[in-house]
Ligand binder design. Sequence first.
Ligand code: SF4
Length: 61
Amino acid sequence: MTITVDAKRCIGCGMCAAAVPGIFAVEGGVSVVKGQPEGAQERRAFDAANGCPVNAIRITR
Ligand code: SF4
């Protein structure tokens, strides 16, 4: 799976970084992807994408 964040949509709320800190980090007011999830992190990354209030997280397989 590959995760990307649309920086134009992201409002920097930090929810994704709090949920999966190894994958997302808020830098300069937007979330950046720090790594790609593996194993158990994949489900948490999906949950973070579903929970993003502005649908800024894209997941492709
Ligand atoms: S949850 Fe969405 S809006 Fe919030 S920091 Fe993450 S990508 Fe940005």
